[in-house]
Design a protein around this ligand. Sequence first.
Ligand code: CA
Length: 256
Amino acid sequence: MPVQWAATTHPGIRRTSNEDSYCSRPDLGLFIVADGMGGHVAGEVASRIAVDAIEAFIGETASDDSQVTWPHPVDPLLGVDGSRLKSAFHLANRRLADEVAAAVDLRGMATTASTVLLKDERKAMLAHVGDSRIYLFRDNELERMTDDHSWVEEQMRAGLLSPLEARQHPWRNVVTRALSGGEDPEVDVKEVKLQPGDRLLLCSDGLSSVVPDDRIEEILRAQPVPTEACQALVDEANGAGGPDNVTTLILQIDAP
Ligand code: CA
């Protein structure tokens, strides 16, 4: 598949541990960013478990003759790939439940997950839970493809906070939906048609809660090379104080 990718992750300026995890599996067309919560160790464990569980299920269901048992049948509204992602998210959630049941010090851990599953160079299936974002950068314009499942975004949608107030709010990190080992969460699934030259950016809120969208757009315009753009975005978040772990992952769709 004609795609280039790059990723950068950094603990930020004020934290010593990094609870973000990511995965790049171009052979599966799968890319994931997950942002763990639950304090030192538990947050790292949560995001890694989720990434590994999603990656495993997508890998096991990659071929038509797969013998793997799905947690849900294929949903005609989501199609095969959308249903694969939803099932993968729910299996990840159940893995978290098993781990919490086995280790009391992991209680309260949770993670976001945002994934891109490329069908081919013309189509991608996106799925996410939480406030890690996916953006599409096309023709020099940035468009956000995901809604944050976060307290501040709900307040903004209700007209009670401005984007600037949301970025500065003490509750800006509070997520309203996550993989936490509780009931299977609702997963937002969306198909995106791709064009050559498109870039998809996946990021944790360590970027988007401190760097406004118009600044992310400027950086992507100035940095056409995915590796350099990933690093420039992380540098920008850290330059703005680096209050949180920050992960950036960019896919560049090339002409077939
Ligand atoms: Ca975070």
